[in-house]
Design a protein around this ligand. Structure first.
Ligand code: PLP
Length: 395
């Protein structure tokens, strides 16, 4: 009898899908390898090099043989640096015992959902949402409850939009401001209202602060700075975009100590510590000069102004102005005709016919938009927008 090897994949994996942003990157890479001149607006990744002082800190770490395991939850030095920077920037008062260092910002979101969600627990997520939220909540057995926002209002969220979606099963409300993919920024007063609404009910408020330093019209703010907020607020942080160090994989969480302890248990069996060398670079990032952040922000602002004006110049295309992060999220509904019936098909055809990579809105919960990352050079933006314009007009 023929041996049946049990290679069937676990059912829980079926509840998630491959990250569409990564799928677009892979497809663009494949075309490039074939010699196609692709303009890539897919990657959500700063085009600036990692600052030199961070690189030097990493090299020093290697030279000094800081190349072994560290504490699974990160070094005390880095936890202190995270708490200090958060206190300096936002006026919070976290202790290292309320901090966990993770393998990138994605990892803290994964850890938080794994540590907190029981089957059926509801997580309120505003739409459009960052692609990973849905999958990590599903993977943890939780239930996503999506809250629509209004494109006409720049996808901004209000407490009144969230309130009808809260139920006795709501465990977490997840906010990402500035948001990926829309660039929407939650008004401070509304954020505070949401905090009061959730904390009153014992609901946790998760704030993904991945883009918190990239704001065009307002000052950086953390909801965790409100008096008493530490009890119910979960901060998911990342150094990836702030310090242009996506490949180094350093993120962090700030949360009540028992939740940190639960995540540490999981992390100790899954990844152990984030890379020792990257942790040394992260300490330098947080304690060293901060000018690189300002320089990047000024450049992103120029690009934001260019891309919004350029997209609006395409007949029928609408684009709300991003107030933070580095993504534009235009409505390309006007091009959904002649055999293209979804943003997914639009993105496929655009890549195939015009060699421009964008991420289709389906990944973020809407089907008439695409995400364009403007963390790329002005030259690439000009070339890519020209191609998109021509593609839509000729469509
Ligand atoms: C909204 C948001 N949160 C978190 C992350 C995580 O970043 P990383 O895992 O690279 O630190 C990203 C990355 O694209 C993001 O867009």
């Amino acid at each position: 009898m023929e041996l049946q090897v049990k290679t069937d994949i676990a059912e829980r994996i079926a509840s998630i899908s491959v990250s569409s942003t990564m799928r677009v990157a892979a497809e663009a890479e494949r075309l490039r390898a074939q010699g196609v001149d692709v303009v890539d607006f897919g990657a959500g990744e700063p085009d600036f090099p990692t600052p030199d002082n961070l690189k030097r800190a990493a090299m020093r770490a290697i030279e000094q043989n800081f190349t072994k395991y560290t504490n699974a939850g990160g070094t005390l030095e880095l936890k202190q640096a995270v708490c200090e920077r958060h206190a300096h920037d936002f006026g919070t008062a976290y202790q290292p015992s309320e901090c966990l260092i993770t393998v990138g910002g994605k990892h803290i979101i994964f850890n938080l959902t794994q540590a907190l969600l029981n089957p059926g627990d509801e997580v309120v997520i505003p739409v459009p949402y960052w692609v990973t939220y849905k999958d990590v909540v599903n993977y943890a057995g939780g239930k996503c409850v999506f809250v629509e926002t209004d494109e006409g209002q720049g996808f901004t969220l209000t407490a009144a939009m969230i309130e009808p979606h809260l139920t006795p099963r709501t465990k977490i409300v997840l906010i990402n401001s500035p948001a990926n993919p829309s660039g929407a920024v939650l008004d401070r007063e509304e954020f505070e209202k949401i905090y009061r609404m959730t904390s009153r009910r014992g609901i946790l408020l998760m704030t993904d602060e991945c883009y918190c330093h990239f704001l065009y019209d307002s000052e950086p703010f953390s909801i965790a700075s409100l008096p008493g907020a530490k009890e119910t607020v979960l901060v998911a942080g990342s150094l990836s975009k702030t310090y242009s160090m996506t490949g180094w994989r350093i993120g962090f969480g700030l949360a009540p100590a028992p939740i940190i302890g639960a995540m540490l248990k999981l992390q100790s069996h899954a990844t152990s510590n984030p890379t020792s060398i990257a942790q040394k670079a992260a300490v330098e990032a947080l304690r060293g000069p901060q000018e690189s952040v300002e320089i990047m922000l000024a450049e992103y602002r120029k690009r934001r102004d260019f891309i919004v004006a350029r997209l609006r110049a395409i007949p029928g295309v609408r684009c709300s102005e991003p107030k933070g992060a580095f993504y534009a999220y235009p409505n390309i509904g006007v091009a959904l005709k002649n055999g293209i019936s979804s943003a997914m098909q639009f993105a496929e055809k655009l890549l195939d016919k015009a060699a421009v990579a964008v991420v289709p809105g389906e990944a973020f919960g809407t089907d008439r938009h695409v995400r364009i990352s403007y963390a790329t050079s002005m030259h690439e933006l000009e070339r890519g927008l020209e191609r998109i314009h021509r593609f839509i007009v000729e469509q």
